[in-house]
Design a protein around this ligand. Structure first.
Ligand SMILES: Cc1cc2nc3c(=O)[nH]c(=O)nc-3n(C[C@H](O)[C@H](O)[C@H](O)COP(=O)(O)OP(=O)(O)OC[C@H]3O[C@@H](n4cnc5c(N)ncnc54)[C@H](O)[C@@H]3O)c2cc1C
Length: 402
């Protein structure tokens, strides 16, 4: 590793690779680091929505076939309501189904940046004309002086913890864990199932990739994950014929709740944040599209800052504001469908053809579910407040964008 980079990008996920790609295209000497040995696994369903597909095609080229799981495509979401069963919400354009280790490695390699894995961001100090960064590589400390840092190190950002710890004050967290099984289940492998069943956290899900059954849930920190997960397995055994032959793998991470609480963090000074680390997330845990978009905008803002003396952070806030609005839309029941990263505009509503009685029962299930599971400190009031403001005044108030 040399000490002559314009920009350091921390984290070789979709946000970091998009940022790195943009900086390289803008002629900047760019270093992209990741603390893990690459390719690395990531807790994710690996569903690549239309917007993500478009972004990758335009900026990285076609996705190589080697990254796909089977089925190659996901058809949409299946919503399971305990009293009326499962309803399928199809999307217009097939969503691709990938393995994140391979997909992310493809992006990182194609970014064109100098890529250093097993290199951990440790700390930074902002100076008048740049940023002094300390990393750790092969158990040794490495110092770098760069003009800008783009932090793209995921939900639980060490960059934020180091230079802006106030951002996380009072923020509720959840564990996102998924287990892979060999076995059988009554489910269609082209859909991601979301179970609107109480007592299993805000997002109990199931999907199937390469014949592996993937069962996951998001459990608010402080609650009993094991009990919640076993509860979910029992539900699947009883209602969806789940039989488990053996457990194959576990993936997990800690998930922040910045989006529904409208607590985005685009950065401070010469440090810009992108992707999960800035708090961008869509419903159903779709986050790759906004990670790619925000990473690209962060790169664009840095290019303008270095080459044209623009106010980088102000420009980034302006560029990334629509992503924050869309993320809030994704927790607004009136805007959710219209602004999803995979469009379903030409698909009939999932309840089309069903009786009024069924619809009312499903709505009742959904409301009971929201009341019981979206209870993490302040989440439901924040969602209702954002929704009311958008519907009445036609725009959100986003403190981070001001
Ligand atoms: C269970 C689950 C399922 C999901 N399913 C989907 C899905 O199907 N489709 C979808 O679009 N989204 C999905 N998401 C969301 C998606 O995974 C994220 O939104 C996306 O990965 C965000 O990309 P990112 O680049 O911001 O962060 P990440 O992909 O998390 O990348 C961050 C990188 O930073 C590295 N890093 C961390 N700390 C350091 C450090 N100190 N120094 C150096 N490197 C560091 C990490 O190793 C990692 O490689 C899912 C999320 C979860 C939790």
């Amino acid at each position: 590793m040399e000490d002559k980079y314009d920009v350091l990008v921390v984290g070789a996920g979709p946000a970091g690779s998009a940022a790195a790609r943009k900086c390289v295209n803008g002629g900047l000497k760019t270093l992209l680091i990741d603390k893990k040995k690459l390719p690395r696994r990531k807790a994710c369903s690996g569903i690549i929505a239309n917007l993500s597909q478009n972004y990758v095609l335009e900026n990285f080229g076609p996705i190589p076939e080697s990254v796909f799981g089977k089925p190659y495509i996901s058809r949409g979401m299946a919503f399971h309501f305990p009293s009326v069963g499962t309803f399928f919400a199809d999307v217009d354009c097939y969503m691709l189904y990938v393995w994140r280790d391979k997909f992310d490695h493809f992006l990182a390699k194609t970014s064109g940046a100098e890529l250093q894995d097993e290199t951990r961001f440790v700390s930074l100090e902002q100076k008048a004309d740049g940023v002094e960064v300390t990393c750790e590589q092969n158990k040794s400390e490495v110092k770098l002086n760069v003009q800008y840092v783009i932090g793209a190190d995921g939900f639980n950002s060490h960059v934020i913890r180091n230079f802006a710890p106030d951002v996380y004050e009072g923020l509720p967290w959840a564990h996102g864990v998924q287990k892979y099984y060999e076995g059988k289940v009554d489910a269609d492998d082209r859909y991601l199932y979301w179970f609107l069943v109480r007592g299993m956290g805000p997002f109990p899900w199931l999907n199937i990739k390469d014949d592996q059954i993937i069962v996951g849930l998001a459990c608010p920190v402080g609650q009993n994950f094991r009990a919640m997960f076993n509860n979910f397995l029992e539900y699947l055994k009883k209602n969806h014929g789940l039989t488990i032959k053996r457990e194959l793998a576990t993936e997990g991470c800690i998930v922040n709740t910045m989006t529904p609480l409208n607590r985005f963090f685009p950065g401070r000074g010469r440090v810009l944040m992108a992707g999960d680390s800035m708090g961008l997330m869509h419903q159903g845990d779709e986050g790759i599209s906004c990670a790619l978009a925000s990473g690209g905008y962060a790169g664009e803002a840095v290019i303008q800052g270095i080459n044209k003396g623009a106010n980088t952070l102000a420009l980034y806030k302006k560029l990334v504001k629509p992503e924050m609005e869309t993320a809030l839309d994704q927790f607004n029941p009136f805007r959710m469908r219209a602004t999803a990263a995979s469009t379903s505009v030409r698909q009939p509503s999932m309840f089309k053809g069903h009786s009024f009685r069924i619809k009312i029962k499903a709505l009742k299930d959904a409301w009971e579910f929201v009341k019981s599971e979206m209870v993490m400190e302040g989440m439901l009031p924040a969602i209702l407040k954002n929704t009311a403001r958008r519907q009445i005044l036609r725009k959100y108030k986003i403190p981070a964008a001001e």
